[in-house]
Design a protein around this ligand. Structure first.
Ligand code: KG4
Ligand code: ZN
Length: 333
């Protein structure tokens, strides 16, 4: 089955063609990062307008690169939530228009299900059951994935998402948006023990997260000591990164053990973080849990992961579908 996946929930316009939920035939991502950078974050109205400009060229390019024509596509999968309403609507309208014109089935996909199933596109392609940690700019959630379509939320952030914490601390440091990857790079030569930043909610049994305390601690530290440079900047970044990776991996391993799940899957943009990946593997090994992380380009938003989730939804005959499909910006998985 050939599925065309379309993703426009935030600041990436993406489309991909995937065969049988496993094999990427094409995967095109047009990012708006440069457009939003001067504002220090994603501006929803600018995101919508740029999706309108990019979406058809991106879909055309994905089809062209896949060597598959629209007539040969078996189904269309589009992110219908959660995300920015105006941004989501662009993808949903384009998906429905193609579905109507070409008489193809269409299914709305939850963006988080896409992140959770992106790992199916990698070489090792673990299948459920697994514990999924979704860590992105908008989400920090732990899901028990017992089967395709069976997702149970075990814990989530009560305030900032992990990526948001990276980006907001980066903003305090004067780093360009999105700062996560810059902090990761600067941290490479830093001492993660240099500054002891708070580990939110780790003294309690909860699987929920909180990163606002870290952000505040970072702000007070900078107010007191000024913006660091050179080695001190590297140490600061390594310490922030360690605090985030420590909490995420501790809770993810704990959740997997409690839920009796043998595998841990990391996904979402923050799963590209080098320290998080290394620490997850280390702590997973200690706990006898297999850790899987999709390659970095599959961690950040893309259309291929939406095609995989769409394929699995078609297979089980589920999901919101048909031409009355609408965007649902607050869709909870
Ligand atoms: O999944 P994603 O591309 O978009 C959302 O759905 O949010 O995630 C973007 C987030 C941003 O906060 C970005 O700073 C973070 O992922 N990110 C990283 C790294 N690469 C991307 N955070 C830490 N380390 C990285 N290497
Ligand atoms: Zn995402």
């Amino acid at each position: 089955m050939l599925v065309l996946g379309i993703e426009t929930s935030c600041d990436e316009t993406a489309a991909a063609v995937v065969r049988d939920g496993r094999e990427i035939l094409s995967d095109v991502v047009s990012t708006q990062i440069e457009i939003h950078r001067r504002w220090g974050g994603v501006v929803p109205e600018l995101a919508s307008r740029n999706h309108v400009l990019q979406v058809m060229p991106v879909v055309d390019e994905a089809l062209e690169k896949s060597g598959v024509t629209l007539d040969e596509i078996d189904g269309i999968a589009v992110t219908s939530g959660p995300g920015l309403i105006g941004a989501l609507l662009v993808g949903v309208q384009v998906g429905k228009s193609i579905a109507l014109a070409k008489k193809k089935p269409i299914v709305g996909v939850n963006h988080l299900e896409g992140h959770l199933l992106a790992v199916r596109l990698g070489a090792d392609a673990p299948a459920p059951p697994f514990l999924g940690l979704v860590v992105s700019g908008g989400h920090t959630s732990l899901y028990a994935v017992r089967d395709y379509g069976d997702y149970r939320l075990l814990g989530a952030t009560l305030d900032d998402a992990a990526g948001e914490a990276f980006d907001k601390v980066g903003k305090l440091l004067g780093l360009p948006y999105p700062a996560g990857i810059v902090i990761d790079q600067l941290a490479q030569t830093g001492d993660p023990k240099a500054i002891k930043f708070p580990r939110g909610l780790t003294k309690r049994a909860t699987l929920d997260f909180s990163f606002s305390g870290l952000k505040t601690a970072a702000m007070y530290h900078l107010q007191k000591h000024g913006i660091p440079e050179g080695q001190a900047l590297a140490d600061f970044c390594a310490s922030v990164q360690e605090a985030i990776a420590d909490v995420l991996t501790r809770k993810a391993v704990k959740a997997a053990k409690e839920a009796g799940l043998p595998r841990l899957v990391l996904c979402g943009g923050v799963a590209a973080n080098s320290r998080l990946r290394a620490l997850a593997v280390e702590r997973g090994a200690e706990a006898g849990i297999d850790v899987h992380v999709p390659e970095k380009r599959l961690c950040t938003d893309n259309g291929a992961m939406i095609a995989v989730a769409g394929y699995e939804t078609f297979r089980r005959g589920g999901g919101p579908s048909g031409l009355d499909l609408n965007a649902n910006p607050a869709w909870r998985l």
